[in-house]
Design a protein around this ligand. Structure first.
Ligand code: PMV
Length: 326
């Protein structure tokens, strides 16, 4: 029996300059560029095995059979790989995260970057990094940024060919930490795929997008020169701008919980007390606090004592998606 199999590991990433809104939602071409850092200690490991005897794709997530919606998203993605490889075999996909599921840590970036790498390799394709970032993008936009090493920029482009990601600096180039305050949420939030579709309904989106090249350039400079104060200012502004768009779309999306706002208000005070740190928030209530390694313990203990903080996770800058021995 023919068996085409490969295994890959990949990290989620946290965006300093955010992706919110597509110019082409089926190809996931974003309206603006974005910059992020891979998160080393969090990882997804995925094994893909194309098997001629299967009559449909199968997906196991953290030891459990996935629901039909999740399987469909994986099938849609594998269809792109099957087309590139020129065959029709279905696949058995087994994926595990080492971070708590349901904790609101964005898992789609790690999931689709690992699936792009393992799936393309299992299909016998030898894709270069640029092509892999374009492929991962089709599963989840931010997954494009989890393929290259360390600090990564997604160049928005305007077509499938020119919308891809590159490493700006390696993970080892700057010892930044991400201290993540996991905050309890009352309700299930609107997912990012749906959220991107609402971005254009906010009157603030045009302004946010028009100013993106300026913020990207400041962020790039801050990463290259290891200028934490510069990074802190642009990162908080960018997160606030994205949430302003979310809160003013129709329907309005409010991702912050009271504890999220308590942290957002505390971080600049801690900075004024001489502790370098800066916040950013994705499409959920958790707050990511970026800081130099020297202030991570202080931040972690302050967060642990705050009302509404369920857990605190700590991670450093992560490497690229990579293949593993089976
Ligand atoms: O890749 P998606 O469709 O899950 O979108 C990610 C959106 C944000 O996390 C809010 C921002 C970002 O750039 O990661």
């Amino acid at each position: 029996m023919i068996e085409l199999s490969a295994k890959a590991v990949s990290h989620p990433n946290i965006a300093f300059i955010k992706y919110w809104g597509n110019r082409d939602s089926s190809l996931r071409i974003p309206v603006n560029g974005s910059i992020s850092m891979n998160l080393a200690e969090l990882e997804t490991i995925t094994t893909v095995t194309f098997t001629p005897s299967l009559s449909a794709d199968q997906l196991t997530l953290n030891g459990k059979k996935a629901d039909p919606g999740q399987v469909q998203r994986v099938t849609d993605f594998l269809d792109i790989i099957r087309k590139m490889a020129g065959f029709n075999f279905f696949a058995d996909v087994v994926s595990t995260n080492n971070f708590p599921t349901g904790a609101g840590i964005a898992s789609s970036a790690a999931a689709f970057s690992a699936l792009a790498l393992a799936g393309s390799k299992a299909a016998g394709l030898e894709l270069d990094e640029k092509t892999l970032t374009r492929l991962a993008r089709r599963g989840s936009g931010s997954a494009s940024r989890s393929i290259p090493d360390g600090f990564v920029e997604w160049l928005p482009g305007s077509t499938d060919e020119d919308s891809y990601s590159i490493s700006l600096a390696s993970a080892s180039s700057w010892d930044l930490r991400d201290v993540i305050a996991v905050v309890a949420a009352d309700e299930k939030k609107t997912g990012s795929s749906e959220g991107h579709g609402l971005a254009g309904t906010s009157p603030f989106q045009t302004t946010r997008v028009a100013d993106a090249p300026r913020r990207l350039s400041i962020c790039r400079e801050a990463i290259i020169s290891h200028d934490f104060d510069k990074l802190a200012a642009v990162m908080e502004l960018d997160s606030d701008m994205m949430h302003a768009v979310m809160m003013t779309s129709t329907p309005a999306l409010f991702y912050w919980e009271p504890a999220s706002l308590r942290i957002i208000k505390s971080v600049p005070m801690w900075r004024n007390q001489g502790i370098p740190c800066a916040y950013t928030v994705d499409a959920g209530p958790n707050v990511h606090i970026l800081c130099p390694a020297s202030s991570k313990d202080d931040i972690s203990s302050r967060l642990s004592n705050m009302d509404g903080v369920v857990t605190v996770l700590e991670t450093s800058a992560g490497g690229p998606a990579r293949l593993l021995e089976k």
